[in-house]
Structure formats: C-alpha cells, structure tokens
Design a protein around this ligand. Sequence first.
Ligand code: NDP
Length: 444
Amino acid sequence: MSYVDEIIEAVVAKNPSEPEFHQAVKEVLNSLRPVVDANEEKYRKEALLERLVEPERQIKFRVPWVDDKGRVQVNTGYRVQFNSAIGPYKGGLRLHPSVNLGIIKFLGFEQIFKNSLTGLPIGGGKGGSDFDPKGKSDREVMAFCQSFMTELCKYIGENTDVPAGDIGTGAREIGYLYGQYKRITGRYEGVLTGKGLSYGGSLARTEATGYGLLYLTQEMLKMNGIDIAGKTAAVSGSGNVAIYAIQKAQQLGVKVLTCSDSNGWVYDPEGIDVAALKEIKEVRRARLTEYKNYRPNSEYHEGRGVWTVKVDLALPCATQNELHLEDAKALAANGVIAVAEGANMPTTMEATEYLQEQGILFAPGKAANAGGVATSALEMSQNSERLSWTFDEVDAKLQGIMVNICHNMADAAERYGFAKNYVAGANIAGFEKVVDAMLAQGVV
Ligand code: NDP
C-alpha cells in the first residue's frame, strides 16, 4: 500500500465520526501523491505525514454562561492548534450549532496549507463552539464570549496563536472576545484579528475574503484568456464573505444574480442590491425573506437552488459541502466557466472531480478565500508596528497576494504535470513550504 493510502486509512481508523476531517485529509493527500512518491523514503523515515495529520495540540473546554432568563447554558469550546512550522497558529473561531471537533480539525488542517500559500509567516489553527449567536441578545452573546475567552486566553497570544472571525463570529463577537482577553491578561496586543478600527483593526479586513475571492477569480480567468467583465455569477451565502464578494464582483462588471441563507435563496434578475443585503444582514440581522421588500422584481425561494440558475461563474460562499454532484451537473449543463470557493470546502469531492473532468476552471477555497487570513496577517503586522495603513495600501497588498497565489498554484500544478488542476497546485504549493520547515526543525 502506498504511504498516502496508509495514512488515509490510519486517519479514518484513529478519528472515527469525523467525516469532514477525513474528507479534507483525503483531498489534500490524494493530490500530493506525486510529491510524496518522489520523496517517500525520506518522508517515511521522518514520519512526516503522520505528524502532518496529527494536530500539535487540541483544546476542548466547557463554556458556561447565563441567558436572559437567568438560566445557565453550557456550550463546548474548541481550539485546535494544528501546525506551527512556519509561524504562530492562525485561523478563525466558528460559532455555529454544527461545530464539533471533526469540523474544527478539517478547518484547521486546510488552514495550514492556505496560510502557507499566502506567503506570510502564519501556521494553521482553528477554533469555535456549538454556540449559536442567531436569536441571542447582545448581552447573551457577550456573556458567552466572555466565558469562552476566560478559558481560551490561557492558550493564545500575539506570538503563539492569533484567532479571527469565521461563521457566526463577526465584529461584535471579536469585540467582546478582545475586551475579555485584555481584562484578564492586562495586555493590549494583537491577539485577535478582525478587530474594530478604533482598537487595532485593519482597514479592508472586513472586505478581504470576498474581495480576495474576486481578485483570484479575475486572475484565473485572465490566465485562461477570459475577461471577467460582463459575466454573470451565482453566489451562495449572505454573510461576510458573500456580501463583499458580491460587491467586488459588481465593481469588476459582473452581474450577481443570487444569494442565500440557511433557509432559502434569492434570485434578482437585475443583480443583487448590496446596500439592501447589508442592511438586512449586517444591520438588522434579519432573514432573506425581507429582500423582496427592497426589490419587488426579485424572487425568494425556500430551500436550496442557487446552482440551478444559468451563470458564467459560481461562487459558493456559505459553508462546507453545499455544492453537490447534482449541482455541479446543473452548472455544467448551463455552461458555467469557473467555480471559485469563497467558503471552506463548499464543493463535495465528487462535485469537484466532475467539474474538473468537464474542463471547468476550479479554484479551491484554500487559495480562493485566503485573502481573509492574508489580511489578518497584515493586521498583525500593523499591530506590531503600532501603525495603521490606508484602505488602498491594504487593498493593494491583498490584490498582490491573491495574484501571487493564483500563479503559485498554477505553476505548482504545471511542474507536477497537472496543468490547470488548481486543487493539486494549491495543495502542492502550500505543502512544499510547510514540509521544508518541518524537516528543518527536526522531530517536534
Ligand atoms: P457568516 O456567518 O458571515 O455567513 C455565513 C453564511 O452562510 C450565512 O449566509 C449563513 O446563513 C450561511 N450558512 C451558514 N451555515 C449554513 C448551513 N449549514 N447551510 C446553509 N447556509 C449556511 O460567515 P462567513 O461569511 O464569514 O463565512 C462563510 C464561509 O467562508 C465559511 O465556510 C468560512 O469558513 C469561510 N471563510 C470565511 C472567512 C472570513 O474572513 N470570514 C475567511 C475564509 C473562509 P444563515 O445566516 O442562515 O446562518
């Protein structure tokens, strides 16, 4: 049995009931086969893959807090510090009822390669809780965040582990978490990113993941002789990534026809109204059923359906495994040119393979959504320097990083004989730097 197959088998056996983690490991290791095969003896001797798939540390803790009725609620908190070979652990905190250890491990594992791809010195980690901020009062969210940070603060720091936002963790949650960290430790340091502008945040961090997705998509199309202007797009989700992806798409001349939340989806033939979407989601924290009040010509549908619309570009920006094989078939039948992942692992493995077989350009999340973490690293730099860069400075750096990532993934794919297979290219490019650092640092 090959080294890769042995490791995949061992991961599944050792981590039962973590299907998303298995999926992420399989996706990454399968595309690394040529690199691993070429170095098998050395990697086996160093147990390199065994070390790569085992987090350096995983922390699981109780998060008790009191709700508005005076009842004690208990959630579970997680922080998985996966790999610090190239820098301090870096990765978001997800607050969603679906969170469990397997989800956090899949995200942390992906984060290692994504962070490496940015070219910045950041290792991979991820955390979160099964707490659901939806429907909670501000006071309840604060009570949860304070309790969560009371435990988490023992394990993080500006030079050790720097968490950020993710699903359910936006500006409000980061503010409460930061306040509690500062109160307990007495330190005013860049321990979290995604902070508000008045207390160490970076301009353009809010926009970064969505904008970065479009910068990379634009470059990928350009490399293939296609102009992004004038194209149509389907976007899923209506959170941080989706909103700013739609905004940048429109700035680049793309008409975005859809968006969604976990209840339903919107089709707007005139193009999604970003101002309305921001008001519904960012200000009023309401549901997409409200969108029709702003745009009478739009349609709201319950359930899933974003990928049935005929578009040139598909940009999944909601959550993992939201684009299935039948969706990929519908997109292909409608002539889609490219799929670029704003969310983490939104496309199932079968759907990804199908899209690639059809010759549809496919940019994996670890490359396409790396703009968020890249800008978080820029926030860390500004915090260390006690400086704030302008929006245009940060945005220009973000663009440069995304264009570089795009070329690095394409070049790595080409070097190993997988031209245009950007999944393989992104995994290989991210892996090379991490492995080099791991081997140099000895058995740790
Ligand atoms: P938000 O919480 O801001 O938005 C998430 C969106 O996805 C919401 O519209 C939400 O709908 C929808 N959604 C969440 N879970 C589900 C589900 N199970 N089924 C259907 N829809 C769902 O999160 P972000 O925009 O920050 O994150 C979106 C994705 O992008 C995630 O995969 C995240 O890991 C990834 N990502 C985020 C980065 C960032 O900087 N924020 C960076 C890199 C990746 P509803 O409101 O109904 O829950």
